[in-house]
Design a protein around this ligand. Sequence first.
Ligand code: GAL
Length: 833
Amino acid sequence: MKKYASIIILICTINLLTAQSRTVEILKDWKFSNYDYGAAFQENFDDAEWENVTVPHDWAVKEDFNFTHDIQLTMVIQDGETKPKYRTGRTGALPYVGIGWYRTKHTISAADLEEKVQLMFDGAMSNAKVYVNGTYVGERPFGYISFYFDITKFLKPGDNTIAVRLENFNSQSRWYPGAGLYRKVSITKMNKTHIKTWGTFVSTPQITKKHALVHLDLEVLGEGDYTLLNEIIDPNGKQITQSSKSISLNGEEKLSEDFKVTKPQLWDIKTPHLYKLKTSILKNGNLVDSYITNFGIRSIRFELDGFYLNDKKTRFKGVNMHHDFGPVGAAFHKELFVRQMKKMKDMGVNAIRFSHNPPAPEALDICDEMGILAIDEAFDEWQLGKVLNGYSKQFDLWAKKDLSDMILRDRNHPSIIMWSIGNEIMEQYKHDPNNITAYLNDIVKTLDSTRATTAGFNSANNALESGMAATVDVAGFNYKPGIYHKIREHYPNLKFYASETGGALSTRNSYKFPVVFDTLQNKRGTSVNTELYADGQPGNYENTNVPWGYAPYKELASQEYNDFVYGDFIWTGYDYLGEPSPYHTAKSRSSYFAPVDMVGLEKDKFYLYKSEWNEDAEVLHVFPHWSLPEMAGKEIPVVCYTTYDKAELFVNGKSYGIKTKEKPLVPEFLAKDIKKEASGGTTMAQLKAYAMVWEHVVYEPGEVKVVGYNKKGKKVAETKRVTPGKPHHIHIKNEVQKINDGEVAVYVVSVVDKDGNLNPHYNKTMSIEVSGAAQFLASGNGDPTNVQNLSKPTRDFFNGQAVIYVQSKSKGAILLKTVSGELEGTNTAVIVN
Ligand code: GAL
């Protein structure tokens, strides 16, 4: 029996700041080979000839694209297919399949061997088998999960060899999964008596303006008598509470404690205040172990009329995010995730669904810091597979452990509001005969009952009829804006949100005329529709969507009409590698759905969402670009996404009149029957509800201008696009001024005329030279059909733009030079700290 006396004393004599950091990252000096050396696990295996790499590392993204990689014979029921078809590019047309070995050495002192040593992987893609000094330590098949082993007994004083074998199978994924040790690896040394890894859970069960109750559940391992010290540090870095008590340990002990925080500073979307709880174990006044838990004080409630954050109804303005960084692949770089999130926040996003797997742990830290709500999602498959070698092969043996570890690792993040147990699970179609929904739901609840469980259902009827939707706390529906009102009518107690929305295709700055609405929607089951889009470049009028998708206007309208729906998550925030729907025939290798392309450049759709979602922004965006020689003298629709009340369009000074948005949209697409999602693609009426549209504008070169007016008719803003002159130089915009050693900087390069106007047709090749404090890492241009190698310093522009990624290697200035024919651009403005 554990016995402890509570003594609240201030232990001023112990300087806890001297507590050693327990963890070191093992990122440098790895050796890598793609060849399956059977003996590479052995301690003295000769790896001298192997490639030197640093972790995070993605072995496949550096290779050439080839549409023969991982061709999948599959039938995608969601796409309306009734027989299997070959799909190319589904996993990005990159060679992620195969075996990868990683080896490194780590020095351990004799003193360390008195301690416990733990080896942690934040994610290894995939089927990891880990060896230390030639001995098998353990394995973990799931590529997205963090896992660790106690390696103490395998170690010796001096150099120790760590070897990791990874293996990816063909048809293992529905998107580009990446390959290798693509997230952090670390070693933690700790006393035999220590706080268990992921062994703290801080919750805030009561919150008032005056104070908050902070509850800590804690697991400690060890033997003997100790002092347990807990301190809370407020968002300003000030210690605000300290408690101390004696504890007696006898193996694994579960302890708990409550604290009172006066005048709590709440974690909220605009004010993401973060507290720290520092837990220390002391023996006779000496520090034995310490552990810091970051947490936030915030309340969440899931009501029938909506989701409440800190008692305020908060609609999810969400995006789904895959884990890759486009040209950089799956290797996790914090700065690149920050870049993505800044862009998403600018669009007005307040929530992310990590589709469809647990993210890198730092991604959740960033959500905490930036005030972004998060759904942590465990699985895309349960027992029934979607691809031949997907997670279904591992489900029975590993699901409980994988799901539990996701929750244990992540449950202190205030950003996480829901745990998703699955996406579009195939068990829906069989009415979940083994009741896996309840099984997984219960696992979550035993580890965390402070948040809601959820799952994303695409087959709404099946999920509703089978009870799967009602088994989770809050149901997610994918692509069903036409039936929310019917779901509420038939299942009045069901709480739900839209876990995936959208499905209209676009590539940045591409326009196709005439603008034809309702295209793919009418051709359910076909892959590429008319000749108009056969080049793999759909336009930006949101008029081309995959059979199950629809233009954004439809969801926006349905969400307004059904304000009890918790909000929606666009599929996706950024375009990603793989899933080039509907181009499955050796045409494309990355996705088309997002408002931001794969290299982080905004499409027109970005401004639609920004004008609807970002309450603090003023938006006045007009399209298409004004360089359409083939349309001279012909009529085209001109569209303006704006936050202003009215807008007037001028072409070369001639007014086309003042317009307003034609809201409210008559929800003509709402289905009469719950079993039938109303069909019909985008219509002009949908577009006009969320945009100002001048349908018949005669294109002539020169300038298109939009003037924004307020309610009183006063001019408040203006924006214009001009027909560019001859390409003059390459303009380089560095997205950061300063980075730290090892970090990645991003440059946007654009071909402009002498006045700085973008040339949206420039598609020629550029060579890239990086010198000084950094080296070239990757580049891309946002064109899903481009198959140039992402890691070679040659890049075609796409519609006038491209993006370059460089990685710093020393302190100083980074020099970037780009050349394309006669055109040049240089930049020296980024400094490495
Ligand atoms: C959904 C699925 C996503 C993605 C999307 C676009 O059905 O949940 O993972 O595949 O379609 O193709």
